[in-house]
Ligand binder design. Structure first.
Ligand code: MN
Length: 196
């Protein structure tokens, strides 16, 4: 099996109460694992078996794209959190955010509004072009900015399975609280790789 669950850099109860242990166990341990298992089954014995996950995402469609992108998106999502956040970015990323949205708080508002305006399931993304210009994308279902030639920096999952156990139907409360878990050092290092 080519793909497996990525280890998490925190315990399954470390993100409580923002993301409960129940949600980590179901979202990471069941939903993400389900996409991984389906992807492994779909690529076995095909040309995709030797391809990078990013190349599968850029070159496939339909159910293979959906499962490959959901694996990538969930790995990226769960590796963006820490119980020890410093609450806001610094350095080049902070400067770029302020250049585009004037303040970090305005960026957070626009990001949350994008997530709220997405009908049905999907992901809201902070991404960069290859020159370091930032943008926000709200993409349906398994959507990933790699298909638009953009570099993902941060994502919040707005599928109901990400928040229904802890927040019921309150997507807004979930998005609002997730800022308390963002590991900005991870997001900054993704951005610094783009502009270096
Ligand atoms: Mn999810």
């Amino acid at each position: 099996m080519k793909y497996s669950l990525q280890p998490l850099p925190y315990g399954d109860d470390a993100l409580e109460p923002i993301i409960s242990r129940d949600t980590v166990r179901v979202h990471y341990g069941k939903h993400e694992l389900g996409y991984i298992n389906k992807l492994n089954d779909m690529i076995a014995g095909t040309e995709y078996e030797t391809m990078s996950l990013e190349d599968i995402i850029r070159s496939s469609s339909g159910s293979l794209f959906n499962n490959a992108a959901q694996v990538w998106n969930h790995q990226f999502y769960f590796l963006t959190f820490t119980p020890h956040t410093r609450r806001h970015p610094v350095g080049a990323l902070a400067t770029a955010i302020e250049r585009h949205w004037e303040t970090f708080e305005t960026f957070c508002e626009v990001f949350m509004q994008s997530g709220m305006s997405l009908f049905g399931s999907g992901w809201v993304w902070l991404c960069s072009d290859d020159e370091g210009h930032l943008g926000i994308r709200a993409l349906s279902n398994a959507g990933n900015p790699l298909t638009e030639g953009l570099i993902p920096l941060l994502t919040f999952d707005v599928w109901e399975h990400a928040y229904y156990i802890d927040y019921r139907n309150r997507r807004d409360a979930h998005l609002h609280n997730l800022w308390q878990l963002v590991d900005w050092s991870v997001v900054e290092s993704r951005y610094n790789k783009v502009i270096e």
